[in-house]
Design a binder for this molecule. Sequence first.
Ligand code: FAD
Length: 477
Amino acid sequence: MSPSQPLHCPDISLWMSQIEPETVTRLSLTQNLEVDIAIIGAGYSGLWTAYYLKQQAPNLKIAILEANQVGFGASGRNGGWLMGSVEGEHHLLRSLSPSDKPRAHACIHGIVDEAKRVFDKEQIDCDFAHGGWLSVAARYPEQLPIVRNQLQQLHAEGHSEHDYCWLDHSDMQSRVNIHNTYGGIFSPHAARIHPAKLVNGLAKAVERLGVSIYEHTTVTKLLPPNGKSGQLVTPKGVVQADIILPCVEGFSYELEHLRRYILPIQSLIVATEPLSDSQWQDIGMRNHELVNDACRLVTYAQRTADNRLVFGSRGTYQFGGKPKSTFQDNQQVFATIATLMKEFFPMLGNTPVTHCWGGTLGMPRVKQPHALFDTRTGIGSIGGYAGEGVGASNLMARTLADLILNKDTELTQMPWAHHNTLEKTLRRWEPEPFRWLAYKSILSTFSREESILSDPDSAPWKRKMIHRAAGLASRVL
Ligand SMILES: Cc1cc2nc3c(=O)[nH]c(=O)nc-3n(C[C@H](O)[C@H](O)[C@H](O)COP(=O)(O)OP(=O)(O)OC[C@H]3O[C@@H](n4cnc5c(N)ncnc54)[C@H](O)[C@@H]3O)c2cc1C
């Protein structure tokens, strides 16, 4: 990779910069309040949960308390991959028999259609484009066995050729022209969305159903209901509720009950100015397919409705697991991501990067999502998406609504549904400095691997050694 020059971009996501601020401002809480259900956090998790609860129980009085504004968290900053898959699926479904797995797969793959059904019903225009997802082995040959193994594992778990199929070099290149493409996987189970349009559209939909959203209202203390009324303390009022649902994912650090279970990790993204038709003819992504490669630093790209290329990669982790919302100090990392993007797509030439931003996602100790509700404490929660929560939050919210309403449904039978507390369901993270040291050493192995493997002149023994080391680090992760 050529040396990267620092970029200078505004510290706001492309998505939030495209939303008219005056159409989405809301009041904060200034007095005490009594509700049936109080939700902390106005991201996808909180909003989808409120939506499905109101669909089934329209009389429930629900309030959502948001520390900043709707979509301030990862929901207003992500890469816009609405996926019909969940992170850690293999591990999550391992307790199911081969005859039960297809039902679970259908629930997971069904996320995209269910989300689309709601977008149509509620007239949420979020630039939805159902073009599927391409996982490409490209740039260096070591990616090929990684992607082939990924496909083999998916088929061994019972997914069909329709769900995930192999595209050889020329078929893949006709869809996306990444430098040195070897081939890869296509799956129809993913759609492109505009994250901020989605989160704001959902907020408006739940408000139409009678849910109150209070912005700039930080919950500073949570007293669980434990059979009575629980309390959420905010600077200007106390909310009493029979059921409390923290839906804060990457911000779990700030709530004592969740701190050790979901770790905040940062992911960073850049966006170009709108590309010309001839650049898109060169790149492809004609059906708005979402694209990644097998680089261990995690890459993800989308073609936006206004024809920009949005490209994300790399994470950061703050000692102590603190969330982060401004990324001006990460200019060098943004520059590295922009360089990587141009290595993917040399036809970008000197196309300017107009936006670079980051966000905080939530990483559970065991990578898999959960929906849990404990009737004794009155506390419920969804999350643990490990960076894949755009679609998963919809599925987990539907499951949580069924758990809260005490319905025995297909979703409440699934391995991600728990009638239990967070403490009894999730594994705790190790204390510092172990987390920080482990994260730093794994990330530096991945970065080293990336720089050695993307150099065609690097010595074969070096390539072999670093690839092995990174494979081991990946398994540890
Ligand atoms: C850069 C980036 C790219 C990503 N790309 C993708 C992708 O392409 N596809 C995908 O599936 N996933 C992606 N993800 C992950 C996905 O965005 C998240 O999993 C998802 O948005 C989580 O939604 P959420 O509602 O649970 O959390 P959030 O959207 O983070 O919402 C939590 C909300 O809680 C509020 N809050 C926190 N503490 C308090 C408090 N004490 N009181 C009141 N409010 C509080 C916060 O202000 C925030 O608005 C990405 C994440 C990042 C950061």
